[in-house]
Design a protein around this ligand. Structure first.
Ligand code: NAD
Length: 242
């Protein structure tokens, strides 16, 4: 895999834990200076130190991505970013008749609207060859008991396609990765989850890992992926096949 240009800076949201932390680690391994952004101050500091201890160039930033002014101030103070990974997201189990409009808006604010506002802020100064990768979810295909999450992730797919078209003239590609069931805190927090039952539904016989997702994100962020844009790649061990 070709090495990215010298001092290429990459920003990963939700990088204090789970998939985001592994994406940051793999981007650092690929030669990027990584900026880890998360609302969890202690978590982002621990992640920053762990990456530095491993010899990588890493900077932690504590921020809520829905705070548009704070996001603009942060991005304005960073070098132009070659890679943005919109990974931060929230999830909750709540059946259709229990979800209210406030739940719906909260889900959209984090999973969709903040993805848009951060991307717009970053893209204004992104160089040619820039890469944006968004985290969608297999749930975009439809799932029971969390309609607001499903809708927010289906919207990520449309947003990815729209951004890909509008940013193509700047030489920026925009793609999404849609994970299946991945073993992270988000999954462990689900009271409705029986891991053995989920495993039994997986054609490849195992759940996904953050490394499975991070490898895909790093590929889409690499120079080799420069003819791929507007796509959403399902990484779910074949679960969506039936
Ligand atoms: P996680 O809950 O383990 O980590 C998410 C991180 O995002 C946390 O560190 C959290 O503090 C941060 N975050 C949340 N809201 C934030 C905000 N407003 N501002 C800043 N930081 C914020 O989640 P994960 O499992 O690693 O999921 C990462 C992404 O992958 C999410 O977008 C999620 O929807 C998606 N995804 C996960 C799975 C799965 O099975 N784990 C499946 C499909 C999609």
């Amino acid at each position: 895999m070709a090495t990215p240009p010298l001092a290429s800076h990459a920003l990963v949201t939700g990088a204090a834990a789970g998939i985001g932390l592994e994406i940051a680690r793999q981007l650092a391994q690929a030669g990027h200076v990584v900026h880890l952004l998360d609302r969890n101050a202690a978590g982002v500091r621990t992640a920053e130190l762990a990456l530095r201890d491993a010899g990588f160039s890493a900077h932690g930033h504590t921020l809520d991505i829905t705070d548009e002014d704070a996001v603009a101030a942060l991005v304005g103070g960073l070098p132009a970013l070659s890679v943005l990974v919109n990974n931060a997201g929230i999830f909750e189990v709540k059946p259709f008749f229990e979800v209210d409009a406030a739940d719906f808006r909260r889900m959209y604010e984090v999973n969709t609207v903040a993805m848009f506002t951060l991307s717009r802020t970053v893209a204004r100064r992104m160089p040619q060859g820039g890469r944006i990768v968004n985290l969608a979810s297999r749930a975009m295909l439809g799932a029971r008991h969390y309609p607001h999450y499903v809708a927010s992730k289906a919207a990520v797919v449309g947003l990815t396609r729209a951004m890909a078209l509008e940013l193509a003239p700047q030489g920026i590609t925009v793609n999404a990765v849609a994970p299946g069931v991945i073993e992270t805190d988000m999954l462990k927090a689900r009271s409705d989850t029986n891991l053995d039952g989920l495993r039994a539904l997986q054609p490849l016989g195992r759940l996904g890992t953050p490394a499975d997702i991070a490898r895909t994100v790093v590929f889409l962020a690499a120079p080799e992926a420069d003819f791929i844009t507007g796509q959403t790649l399902l990484v779910d061990g074949g679960r969506s096949l039936g």
